[in-house]
Design a protein around this ligand. Structure first.
Ligand code: SF4
Length: 421
């Protein structure tokens, strides 16, 4: 979502005459699009302040600007260090705001008057994408789920859905220019409902995009297990452009911890969703997000997460060691799992994941797969398959942004090796 926002910001700035600088020392404006999901990301912004001050001494015209997901407490601290702090939701007004010498416009994102005024209009800004073959298209912004560990509802505000006509318009344009991959983004895509047509929910949106002619893949992130419907599973199975990859965040394998996280589902329900998905899409690549060391997480409760990992056999997992986020409900709980214990739990899950991922990747040996080539590293081209497997192969041809057919010749836990057919 941040990358997508950065693309929109770049487009707005380019429209008013800014051009990308190749080095910090050449810049007249340095803009940070911040993320508050983890403290380490916030600390990196703090870590840059001294550098900005030094650059400002060298270039008197330099302005610095902060936007993105900023918590109230951080806003107060950053206020004295940036020339501008602007809410991303006001993006369409930035050309006006940037004429001011000093401007701080950061109302509470949950303020309903503010939300009403700006709705999802910033998402409709005309955009130039940073990649020519894969684009991010937000379908909504904000979240009202209030998982107790998460800062998003406080930084991005209430859920606002874009109307489906705008989304379809934005999807059709890159497809016409030959884009091969569309990522639909939302904090919880299952909460999507078009403001102009109440029947247009996420499964229907997928089906509608799937009908657009063209040779492209549809991916999305992320759904919430609390409202993962049978209709969505059917839509994923029916739509040939929707790829066989799903990130389904579990966050914990223990019902009591899930309750403390304000995640309204049980592990039984989660496993049932996975079972239904695998019945309809047997070879789906499944990934998850999980937190170890949530306040009060006992060894037995962590064992339930480890057990779930062994049972589900995820292909990919984003494992986070819990860190309290200011303003969230969990920040009021005692962060009582030691850093060493969090690290231990992180390593245990990583080891289970590694074994399962290798076992699953070995199933691709000798098979033919279609890959969208994304980048070059030395003699290798690297891309992703429909199943979101990272695959590298040797070639000196210019194939970035193209679909190629590969035969898999080697399998590792975190990727595959192939050769052009
Ligand atoms: Fe955060 Fe939960 Fe909303 Fe996801 S669903 S953005 S974890 S509050």
């Amino acid at each position: 979502m941040n990358k997508s926002d950065s693309e929109r910001i770049a487009s707005v700035l380019e429209n008013i005459g800014y051009q990308p600088a190749s080095r910090e020392t050449e810049a007249d404006l340095i803009l940070i699009n911040m993320c508050s999901v983890r403290q380490s990301a916030v600390d990196r912004v703090y870590g840059n302040i001294k550098n900005f001050e030094k650059l400002k001494k060298e270039n008197k015209n330099l302005k610095t600007m902060l936007t993105g997901c900023v918590l109230k407490s951080d806003f107060k601290k950053f206020k004295n260090h940036f020339d501008y702090i602007l809410s991303i939701k006001t993006l369409s007004k930035w050309p006006e705001f940037l004429k001011e010498i000093k401007y701080f416009y950061y109302p509470n994102p949950r303020d309903s008057k503010f939300t009403e005024r700006f709705k999802a209009e910033y998402l409709n800004e005309k955009i130039g994408y940073s990649k020519s073959f894969s684009v991010f298209i937000p379908i909504s912004s904000g979240c009202d789920n209030f998982c107790t560990f998460c800062a998003v509802p406080y930084t991005r505000g209430s859920l606002i859905c874009r109307n489906h006509q705008e989304i379809l318009k934005e999807v059709k344009f890159p497809i016409k220019t030959g884009v091969k991959e569309i990522w639909l983004l939302g904090q919880n895509v299952n909460d999507y409902q078009s403001p102009t047509d109440k029947t247009m929910d996420f499964p229907k949106l997928l089906k509608t995009i799937n009908m657009i002619p063209g040779n492209f893949w549809i991916r999305f992130t992320s759904p919430h297990p609390k409202n993962f419907s049978d209709e969505l599973i059917d839509a994923m199975a029916e739509c040939e452009k929707v790829t066989e990859y799903l990130n389904l965040p579990v966050q914990s394998g223990d019902d009591k911890i899930l309750k403390k996280m304000n995640r309204p589902y049980t592990i039984e329900k989660y496993k049932n969703i996975v079972k239904k998905i695998r019945e309809k899409i047997p070879d789906i690549t499944l990934s998850t997000d999980v937190i170890v060391g949530f306040p009060g997480e006992t060894k037995e409760q962590f064992e339930n997460t480890a057990k779930l990992f062994k049972e589900i056999k995820y292909d990919i997992a984003y494992i986070a060691r819990y860190s309290p986020r200011p303003e969230t409900a969990a920040a009021k709980l005692k962060d009582d799992v030691s850093p060493e214990e969090k690290e231990k739990r992180y390593k245990i899950l990583t080891q289970i994941l590694k074994e399962n991922a290798l076992e699953k990747n070995k199933k691709y040996l000798g098979k033919e797969v279609e890959v969208l080539v994304e980048e070059r590293k030395n003699q290798f081209l690297i891309g992703k398959s429909r199943h979101y497997k990272t695959i590298k192969f040797e070639s000196n041809r210019d194939l970035i942004g193209q679909f190629v057919k590969l035969k898999i010749i080697d399998a590792l836990p975190w990727g595959l090796k192939g050769e052009l057919i």
